[in-house]
Design a protein around this ligand. Sequence first.
Ligand SMILES: C[S@@+](CC[C@H](N)C(=O)[O-])C[C@H]1O[C@@H](n2cnc3c(N)ncnc32)[C@H](O)[C@@H]1O
Length: 256
Amino acid sequence: MRGAGRQQVDEEFERIRGACTRGAAPKGGSFPEWTRDGIESLEEFFDGTAHLWDARFGAGYEFLHAATADQIPSTDDAITILDVGCGTGLELEFIFERAPHARITCLDQAPRMLDEVRRKYADRRDQISLVEASCLDWPPGLSGFDFALSILCLHHFPPDTKPRIYSSIRGSLRDTGVYIEGDQMVLPEAEAEGLALFEAWIAKLPSGRLGAWNYDISLSVETTRRLLLDAGFSSCEQVYDDNDDGTNRHAVLVAR
Ligand SMILES: C[S@@+](CC[C@H](N)C(=O)[O-])C[C@H]1O[C@@H](n2cnc3c(N)ncnc32)[C@H](O)[C@@H]1O
């Protein structure tokens, strides 16, 4: 599909989305109408759409990729960075602008997302390591990073599953290491609504609590900060907010 027009990309994207959609909400509950169509298997969705990802989302999230990468100091040093849920590596170009000699370990469970990173950054082959793994099944040997970051990935996990991921991230950093999270967030009053739908529907699907479904569990900045501090970070500061007042808010948090 490379070089395809936007309409072709959108049509193919929707075809793939449809092919991996299942798990409709149980009948009889007071579920929103859209839940009747079901939800995509997350692994199938991301792996299946990897080749369309940049054409569909590349420009739309530059603001968040830039705001997250901006937390990394401009340096010529070969700093080490772990990117959790790297996708096609859209954020890497922003990171390399600030730290051209950075060594980045890209972790993602979708092999085709990693294929895109490999293809796009072939000229930086010696600076990038690819790790195909789930952040819930943390691979051994990821340690001593100067920075870890995660963009638009962790909103797929409920609050009781995130501590395990945050602890793994904390453990992969050196003592003075910094974790940067750029993600969808919601105002505290909207958080409960999303969680209630998750508990009534997604949590009851197979591996529902383990990020198996492409459902967005956007938490508030306050809840995210609490989870990060509980996981062993000693401080957590919000450094960016797009000030959207609805459910599609985006924020960047820095935890040390
Ligand atoms: C919305 S994409 C974001 C990708 C990239 N960070 C960006 O901002 O463009 C989310 C990515 O998280 C990955 N992901 C989801 N669950 C994961 C898990 N349990 N372990 C590792 N990666 C996961 C998906 O495969 C996908 O590539």
